[in-house]
Design a protein around this ligand. Structure first.
Ligand code: BGC
Length: 404
């Protein structure tokens, strides 16, 4: 195994911890959300779209329990067991997120008990020789922040950067790698254009407002975090998608993939790249598709790695890359092909320093709920039993034999 390269998997707090209380938990239980799901289930919408093998697992897309994060993977209490698995699979790094609503449940009241909880997590990782990579916002907000307008309010910039600085001070000497935001541009689109995620507003002007507030929040947080330690590595995790047909690419790639990073590139020590799929506008996917219908396209990752390196000249980490594949018959190939694409980009000069597979565990996939299975490790949501998938062992082999 190459000691200079970080290999691991990623998770996010709301998707795995269980028993959270934030804007998502409220939205999951809201009347309008439940009504909407009930009508979709009644119309058989999910049955029409999704492959039949998904209906043998629990919970299924036609089950309302599927859409409530609830106990999730109980990772909040089972993290040691989960990190034992990561270690046994050869991982030497792990990406996770801190849940802001736990740390600061009310404006200005920082909960020391929860700080201690995340300290235990960091310690548990270090004890297993696993480097922590910490994300500070992965889509969820404390309710008091939502009540003051969430990312629509410029006050959130101040509160967020204060929380970020606070976390850097609390874990000074314990965490070196930080990400402020996860996929801000994608989140702004899902929540303010596509009407899919809370607060479910279809409003272009508001979309622009939250987008620019997120930009400012990153810069402000970066500046404050670096006052705690100039040697901290502070970056962001942003997603990139490959688009077809080719003539759409210059514009879509610029707006969708580069615009945000262009504007914050002086406030970045590294680029975190989340990469999943190719999107086609006028035709059906021609390649392998996941259970969610996402088309795998490793060449896109190769391209974005080189592009990111040339454009911003910062070290790059693949902070997410994975496939929803309940049968686990496509994941091993997905991993091999994407890692091969990464190696090609590295050979041609891209400074890539780590790869984090999404995800360590099956988890709560936002508006789709629990049915999409992204884990290297399968979770039985009735018993919370963990089962290592075959593809996880293929990834382990790659890690053990890696040389750069
Ligand atoms: C997000 C994850 C999500 C994954 C798969 C990324 O956009 O950061 O939270 O689970 O994609 O959809």
């Amino acid at each position: 195994m190459d000691k200079n390269f970080f290999w691991g998997a990623a998770t996010s707090a709301h998707q795995v911890e269980g028993n959270n209380r934030n804007d998502w938990t409220e939205w999951e239980k809201s009347e309008s959300r439940i009504k909407d799901l009930e009508s979709k289930i009644q119309n058989g919408e999910f049955r029409k779209k999704l492959p039949p093998h998904l209906w043998s697992k629990w919970p299924t897309p036609a089950d309302l329990n599927n859409y409530i994060s609830g106990k999730a993977c109980e990772h909040y209490n089972r993290f040691r067991e989960d990190f034992d698995i990561a270690k046994s699979l050869g991982h030497n790094a792990h990406r996770f997120s801190i849940e802001w609503s736990r740390i600061e449940p009310e404006e200005g009241r920082f909960d020391e008990k929860e700080v201690t909880h995340y300290r235990e997590i960091i310690k548990a990782l270090r004890e297993r020789g696993i480097e922590p990579f910490v994300t500070l916002w992965h889509f969820t907000l404390p309710l008091w922040v939502t009540n003051l307008g969430g990312w629509e309010s410029s006050k959130t910039i101040f509160y967020f950067s204060r929380y970020c600085e606070r976390m850097c001070s609390a874990f000074k000497g314990e965490v070196r790698y930080w990400m402020t935001l996860n996929e801000p541009a994608e989140w702004a689109a899902q929540a303010y254009l596509y009407d899919l995620w809370p607060p479910q507003k279809r409003n272009f002007l508001k979309n622009r407002r939250v987008y620019f507030n997120l930009l400012k929040a990153h810069k402000e947080a970066y500046t404050r975090m670096k006052t705690v330690g100039s040697n901290l590595h502070v970056g962001i995790a942003e997603s990139m998608e490959w688009w077809e047909p080719g003539w759409t690419r210059p514009l879509i790639h610029y707006l969708r993939n580069y615009f945000f990073l262009d504007r914050i590139s002086r406030h970045l020590d590294f680029v975190g790249l989340n990469y999943y799929q190719r999107k086609c506008i006028f035709r059906k996917p021609s390649g392998e598709v996941s259970d969610m219908g996402w088309e795998s396209y490793p060449d896109g990752m190769y391209y974005f790695l080189l592009k990111s390196w040339r454009r911003w000249q910062k070290p790059i980490y693949i902070t997410e890359n994975g496939i929803a594949n309940a049968k686990d018959d496509k994941r091993a190939k997905f991993i091999k092909d994407h890692i091969a694409a990464m190696r090609r980009a590295m050979k041609e000069g891209a400074d890539v320093r780590g790869y984090f597979h999404w995800s360590l565990l099956d988890n709560f996939e936002w508006d789709s709920g629990f049915w999409p299975r992204f884990g290297l490790v399968e979770v039985n949501y009735k018993t919370q039993e963990r089962k290592i998938r075959e593809s996880a062992k293929v990834y382990q082999e790659i890690i053990l034999n890696s040389r750069f």
